[in-house]
Design a protein. Structure first.
Length: 172
């Protein structure tokens, strides 16, 4: 087995970036892909980027779905993207929320955005080259997490994700 090469990474929020944010997305039946999501991820893959998802998932703490259901959904999403030639290298999520109702998840965890915990954990477990790496999110908390991790953050307002990624790659 060869060691993974250091390379830049694209950290993508899930809801509102690769799929529409329809609120507490715990099952694949509720996923509506953002236009050209797979094409955008393929573009990042082809440009030599690691592609990571990082997502607050307070629906677990709130009892809307279980962590196991969430893991099943992430596996399905990765498989759906892979079937279109788009590789998501890894995923981090934060199931915690201090206003939740499920024991074991009732805290303001250090992974919860706007904290950079998920990004920093991915950077610790993968040979990410800081130079050239960036974050795409649809909320200010995503951009705050990027800033706390000392990465540029780009606010995505929806629409064609591939065109948005192409524009970013022309800037970084």
């Amino acid at each position: 087995m060869t060691a993974r090469e250091p390379r830049p990474a694209a950290f993508l929020d899930r809801d509102g970036v690769i799929n529409y944010d329809d609120g507490y997305m715990g099952t694949r039946e509720r996923i509506r892909w953002m236009p050209n999501a797979a094409k955008a991820i393929r573009r990042l893959n082809d440009a030599g980027y690691y592609v990571f998802l990082f997502s607050n998932q307070s629906g677990v703490a709130r009892g809307f779905f279980t962590e196991e259901e969430l893991l099943t959904l992430f596996a399905w999403m990765r498989a759906e993207m892979a079937a279109q030639g788009a590789v998501i290298d890894d995923v981090r999520y934060c199931p915690h929320h201090p206003a939740g109702s499920v024991a074991g998840y009732l805290e303001d965890h250090h992974w919860r955005k706007p904290s950079p915990g998920m990004i920093l954990d991915l950077m610790q477990h993968w040979p990410v080259r800081h130079d050239g790496s960036f974050v795409i999110g649809d909320r200010d908390t995503d951009i705050e997490a990027a800033s706390a991790a000392k990465l540029p953050g780009f606010l995505f307002a929806g629409g064609d994700l591939d065109a948005f990624v192409e524009d970013i790659l022309n800037k970084v």
